[in-house]
Write a protein that binds this ligand. Structure first.
Ligand SMILES: [Zn+2]
Length: 121
């Protein structure tokens, strides 16, 4: 199953210097995650009583902190507003990453350099 939410670039997000409490407050019920183990989206209640392990109790975690540790096979589902906020943050952080890279570019300002930059975006 494809991952439904894009990963937020930690470096891009940090350099934006934006605090979005509502994004930090997005929490999701997950299982696993002990030590460095991956987190998993718990099975639905119906599946839980139909063969899934009853010991796999879930807890809620701030999605922003554990996103890169969620198993890639487990899709994450969020309420629509949080989903939109997440996608926006991921998009902005990605653009900031590109901007940071371009600003660090010390190549001479030429048309060829401009064309290379334009091709990357
Ligand atoms: Zn999984």
């Amino acid at each position: 199953m494809a991952r439904s939410l894009p990963e937020i670039s930690p470096r891009g997000w940090k350099s934006l210097n934006i605090v979005l409490p509502s994004l930090a407050e997005v929490r999701i019920a997950l299982t696993g995650g002990r030590g460095n183990a991956k987190f998993h989206v718990p099975p639905s209640d119906l599946r839980r009583y139909n063969g899934a392990c009853r010991h796999s109790k879930s807890a809620t975690y701030p999605l922003l902190e554990v996103f890169d540790r969620v198993c890639k096979k487990c899709d994450t589902i969020l309420p629509t507003a949080s989903d939109a906020l997440w996608r926006t943050a991921a998009f902005v952080a990605h653009r900031r990453d590109l901007l940071n890279r371009d600003m660090a570019d010390r190549e001479p300002r030429t048309w060829l350099g401009y064309a290379r930059n334009a091709a990357r975006h």
